[in-house]
Design a protein around this ligand. Structure first.
Ligand code: ADP
Ligand code: MG
Length: 731
């Protein structure tokens, strides 16, 4: 029996090795191992830069034994063996206690693996794993020695040996290596076959072979991803929805008449685009990108009104309860009596706007669900609670997802499934997306962009306040807050933590996860915990802002409390709102003009951009102060300086992409799905991704579609399975 890509590694490597590989590196099948690529290659004569190592790194180095000395320890029993190894550029010490060393001899070459530590300022390995390379080891004879991402009990050379076994397996791996890239596509783009690529990647003879393999293996990733998306687009296109054409004299006309401003050019254009698509039977699947404050909500409301006029219902899905409540409130305000049909003062020609969230009281939720089910609620605003079973729509015609980056494809699908026929879908995001991300994460959607901001905006300027280097600047920041409030404006103070946590510092916000935890950077665990909302509010009331009305807002407050607090702030009854990132997205209080972000280094680039969007919403100029203890010369300090220096969302999106790994971008945006991306770079491989998109679309849409390409179909299925497994684990 031959082996296939899906063969369990236990069958090939034995139970012991395969168990640690599965436990520590999540490598379970032949496919997993063959796609576990070397991170780099060590070369003889041009060794690893030992100079570049830092304490804490877990690494494998290729070096030569220069010196071995064993002596008795003075304070303890036993002996200490010190070995100096070097690679011609740097050198490091290996330390072994009580002769637990592998009898290393001066002059031998070997691979040494472990966690780098320091001792008296020098780098050292304590009890590293050693793998001496003997003269007849044919791997060593190769020009390049692959170094794999390793774990505690699975060293790089164990992986190397295992891969070698697979590649040399007499049970014909060629059979296992169904090539997902059809031959004509390979030919068009000059790509080597899969078995060749894998051999060249794992056991290269030269750098050229590695490069050739990389190009081909990136294509695998791009093509499978694009084929998955193309298949989704095709499936969506084949299933007809319901046309919701524009009518006159209804809700849409009433909305247009009620708007206190005229639409921007962009809003009008995108509005036309949506109106046309909604009028078609083929369901719309569109992404609306627009800078923070560009007025996406109105565009969505007009689309929803059109659908209601055509007899359908529209659902608006928001990422947080605060935002859902705000949307319900502002839609209700614009619609007036038209949004209260059925109530005493309502207009019977209108509809009802209902709010449905997870933390509503049971009675309120039951009432909302009933209105959704019998169709009297034309517009339903809610959080994830909308996705739950038991929420039935009479006739769901349009799903609007606000601030998409908090939702995954699966959630969109869950809502889509609530229509009797597929509803139209509009996804809105304020984070401008580089083209590569649009082609991958959102690759199943068509895109519209709002480039313009409404006229007469004051704009926002930002500064970094280096609290460590210039403590006096922090006082100045509070003085600015006092000045703005004295001029009749309001302020936000944002903290990374609520405070007063029970059992640890992690927020547990329930299903809505309102205070999205900022990304953790490597090696941050020993920093002080971030300043907390409750402590900061306390300190400000007692100190620099004692004359002002300071209140807090965070995800642990009861929903009606949150709602009341937000209302009070919007009504100008609160001067300063100390909050977590619950205010990150969408919150709209035009009179707020200053924002002080404490521990700004704890937040991601696009998160900061979102946050500062809260103070650029009216005619007054906004100010955003990014307070940090990070030194201005550190990478973190410079990242903050870049955020302060530009408000160009596209430039920031790129910066964001640079500071995160591609996998994270895909992962976060897709509720943690395994993207299958290892080599492909969203930053550097734009051209390749675009070409793969064209090829994948053609493969999927021509003839029998994916069914004509069983190998590619299998790879697509494997990806979706991973995705599904991950999703189920999280649910
Ligand atoms: P975002 O695109 O960030 O979601 P919003 O839809 O919340 O932005 O709009 C931001 C603010 O701009 C709101 O107060 C909204 O009422 C206002 N607004 C929207 N469109 C216009 C317009 N054409 N002219 C003036 N103000 C507008
Ligand atoms: Mg918005």
């Amino acid at each position: 029996m031959g082996i296939s890509m899906d063969t369990d590694l236990a069958k090939v490597l034995g139970p012991k090795t395969s168990k640690v590989m599965a436990d520590q590196l999540q490598l379970r099948t032949v496919r997993d191992l063959l796609r576990h690529y070397p991170r780099r290659y060590a070369r003889r004569g041009e060794m690893t830069r030992l100079d570049d190592l830092q304490a804490g790194d877990r690494v494998t180095v290729l070096a030569q034994v220069k010196k071995v000395s064993t002596r008795k320890m003075q304070r303890r029993h036993g002996t200490l063996t010190e070995v100096t190894v070097g690679d011609g550029v740097g050198s490091m010490r290996l330390v072994f206690f009580n002769s637990r060393h592998a009898r290393l001899e001066v002059g031998e070459w070997g691979l040494f693996a472990g966690s780098v530590g320091t001792w008296q300022g020098d780098l050292q390995f304590t009890h590293p794993d050693c793998h001496i390379i003997t003269g007849d080891d044919d791997d060593w004879a190769r020009a390049l020695v692959p170094i794999y991402p390793a774990s505690k009990d699975v060293s790089s050379w164990v992986i190397q040996k295992s891969v070698k076994m697979l590649l040399d397996d007499p049970r014909s791996l060629a059979e296992a290596l169904d090539d997902p890239i059809p031959e004509p596509v390979r030919r068009r783009h000059g790509l080597v076959p899969l078995d060749v690529a894998l051999r060249q990647k794992h056991r290269p003879e030269s750098q050229e072979e590695v490069d050739e393999a990389d190009e081909r293996l990136k294509w695998d990733e791009a093509l499978v991803l694009q084929a998955t998306l193309a298949a989704r687009r095709r499936a969506a296109a084949l299933e007809p929805g319901i046309a919701r054409p524009r009518g006159s004299g209804g809700l849409l006309d009433a909305v247009d008449a009620a708007l206190p401003f005229s639409l921007t050019e962009g809003q009008r254009e995108v509005g036309e685009e949506l109106a046309e698509e909604l009028a078609r039977e083929q369901p719309m699947n569109r992404l609306l990108q627009g800078e923070v404050g560009s007025g996406k909500t109105v565009v969505a409301l007009r689309a929803m009104a059109q659908v209601v006029d055509a007899g359908g219902q529209a659902a608006l899905l928001a990422p947080t309860e605060v935002l859902a409540a705000q949307h319900a409130r502002s839609l209700g305000a614009i619609l007036g009596p038209l949004g209260r049909a059925g109530e005493l003062d309502g207009d019977p020609a209108g509809t009802r706007v209902v709010l449905l969230t997870g933390s509503q009281k049971a009675a309120a939720r039951r009432e909302a669900r009933a209105a959704v089910a019998d169709g009297s609620a034309g517009i339903v605003v809610g959080t994830h609670a909308l996705l739950q079973e038991g929420v039935e729509f009479a006739d769901l015609g349009l799903v609007v997802v606000d601030e998409q980056h908090r939702f995954g494809v699966e959630q969109r699908d869950a809502l889509r499934a609530k229509g009797t026929r597929p509803p139209h879908v509009l996804v809105m995001t304020a984070t401008p997306i580089p083209r590569t991300v649009a082609m991958t994460v959102y690759g199943d959607l068509e895109t519209s962009t709002l480039r313009q901001l409404p006229a007469g905006r004051g704009g926002v300027s930002s500064s970094v306040v280096p609290a460590g280097e210039k403590p006096a600047w922090v006082d100045r920041a509070w003085a600015r807050v006092r000045e703005e409030v004295a001029a009749g404006r309001q302020a936000y103070v944002v903290c990374a933590r609520i405070g007063d946590e029970e059992g640890g510092s992690k927020d547990d916000e329930g299903p809505d996860d309102e205070d999205g935890a900022p990304p953790q950077e490597k090696g941050t665990s020993d920093r002080r915990p971030p300043l907390a909302v409750l402590d900061v509010a306390e300190g400000l009331r007692a100190g620099p802002l004692s004359a002002l009305r300071v209140e807090v807002l965070h995800g642990r407050m009861a929903p009606d409390e949150k709602e009341a607090r937000m209302r009070a702030f919007a009504a100008g009854e609160v001067d300063v709102l100390v909050a977590t990132t619950v205010v990150e997205v969408g919150v709209d209080v035009p009179n707020a003009t200053v924002m002080v972000v404490l521990d700004a280094d704890r937040f991601g680039v696009s998160q900061l951009h979102q946050l500062r969007g809260r103070v650029a919403r009216g005619k007054h100029a906004g100010l955003c102060l990014l307070v940090t203890e990070a030194p201005s010369t550190s990478p973190t300090g410079q990242r903050l300086a870049s955020v302060a220096a530009t408000t160009d969302g596209f430039e920031l999106a790129r910066l964001d992409l640079e500071t995160r790994r591609e996998g994270d971008v895909l992962g976060a945006a897709q509720s943690g799905r395994r993207s299958g991306v290892r080599l492909l770079s969203l930053l550097d491989d734009e051209a390749l991704i675009a070409e793969a998109r064209v090829e994948a679309t053609a493969l999927v849409e021509r003839g029998g579609g994916l069914a004509d390409h069983p190998e590619l179909a299998a790879a697509v299925a494997a990806l979706s399975l991973d995705e599904r497994a991950e999703y189920l684990e999280k649910a």
